[in-house]
Design a protein around this ligand. Structure first.
Ligand code: HEM
Length: 184
């Protein structure tokens, strides 16, 4: 996992809970916390930090990861506005993940291990998104989707009929979008 992910987590935890909490999380995860954005670090570091946050906040790990994704998205939008500006909806933005967004991430952060999604757009505006990764970060994807929806003034509802964490071969996210203020 690239250091930028840890830098974002640090920024968000400090903003929401203060420096002491971040230091506490590092201590209980037995990590030093000196992450440089272009460095690569063990995936296990993220799991340890999530585990520590889960215990500290008495919140399930998946909810922590989702919260992280939701809060990370606006920081991506701040740093890479050009990826967002060409869209006016979450759906079209998300559909550029494989061809534009994550390939761009790989240029910016060589060695980034970004997932490839498969998409099955429904006729009613829904989107089925398949995901397979040894990191099993479908909750991160869900949080990022929620953050993206907020960016475009929409809401997303995500159901997950399949999940690698429940023993399925891949995760499937069934996403529906509604504009804020619209009746679904
Ligand atoms: C809704 C939109 C997005 C979704 C669903 C998504 C999903 C994900 C997921 C699930 C991962 C975890 C890696 C894995 O599963 O193996 C990931 C990694 C990552 N994504 Fe995205 N992503 C989105 C948008 C973005 C944007 C806009 C950026 C930045 C401009 C970005 C940058 C990254 C980076 C830096 C990583 C870490 C790669 C690594 O450490 O090796 N993503 N993304």
């Amino acid at each position: 996992m690239k250091g930028v992910v840890f830098n974002l987590l640090e920024r968000i935890v400090i903003r929401e809970y203060g420096e002491d909490t971040w230091d506490e999380l590092l201590d209980s995860a037995e990590l030093h916390g000196s992450y440089t954005s272009l460095g690569s670090y063990p995936d296990a570091d993220l799991s340890k930090l999530v585990g520590a946050a889960s215990a500290r906040l008495d919140t399930p790990p998946d909810e922590i990861v989702r919260w992280f994704g939701r809060n990370a998205l606006p920081l991506f939008a701040e740093n890479y506005p050009q990826l967002f500006e060409r869209h006016s909806s979450t759906r079209t933005f998300v559909l550029t993940l494989n061809d534009i967004i994550h390939p761009e991430v790989r240029k910016l952060y060589p060695g980034a291990d970004v997932p490839v999604f498969d998409f099955d757009p429904g006729p009613d505006g829904t989107l089925r998104m398949g995901y397979r990764s040894p990191r099993k970060l479908c909750s991160f994807a869900e949080g990022l989707l929620q953050g993206a929806a907020q960016h475009y003034g929409e809401q997303v509802a995500v159901e997950q009929p399949r999940c690698m964490k429940r023993g399925d071969e891949r995760c499937v996210l069934e996403i529906s979008f509604t504009a804020n203020g619209a009746t679904p």
